[in-house]
Design a binder for this molecule. Sequence first.
Ligand code: C5P
Length: 223
Amino acid sequence: MRYTVMIPAAGSGTRMGAGKNKLFLKIGEHPILYHTVSIFQQDPQCEEIILAVKTEEQATIQEILKEHSNITFVEGGGERQDSVAACIAAYKGEGIVLVHDAARPFLNSLVIEALVRKANDTGAAIAAVRVKDTIKFAENGTVQQTVDREKLWMVQTPQAFRYELLKKASDQAIQDDFLGTDESMLVERLGYDVSIVESSYDNVKMTTQEDLAIGEILLARRK
Ligand code: C5P
């Protein structure tokens, strides 16, 4: 089933402490951004890639990606949500759209396929994995409650939506000056159901230096 992916890549990655956009850091031979975009360039079901970048980084990114004829570049914003809103504004179709962080280069195609199908059925579907640790709710350093782990999920991207639902949720968030940490939150606050698709623990977000070391291991294992 066909889809379009929107990839926010306009962050600065301060937690990585690289002094530049962390997406330019290499895992193996290629930068993180190259790995992520390649997943979608190799997927015949992906109709279009809309990539939010900083204007001053676009030339470098085009060089990194080598092949970029199937990519629509848009100017990213101050917050991740603004970068995604710029992608939404650039989309011309009315099908299923995925939002995927450029910083997650180890997504597998089975998860993409499951998300697209689920979003087509229900309107909204997000990738997530089960919590492995015991989770406590604490206040002032004292445990108040042990949360039922069976009901807890760690949420990732991609998040998949029928376009009109994502657009409606994004427009409403802008109107209300609401800033969420993912697109699902914007949809949830309008009262719509969001389905969970069980994803893989490999789909880690490259955030700190430790994640890069994990990335090297994941890449070696794939080879
Ligand atoms: O910083 P973090 O890894 O949580 O950002 C998630 C994704 O959002 C990254 O791919 C980053 O480049 C992107 N982003 C963006 N515009 C911003 C901030 C982050 O496109 N203003």
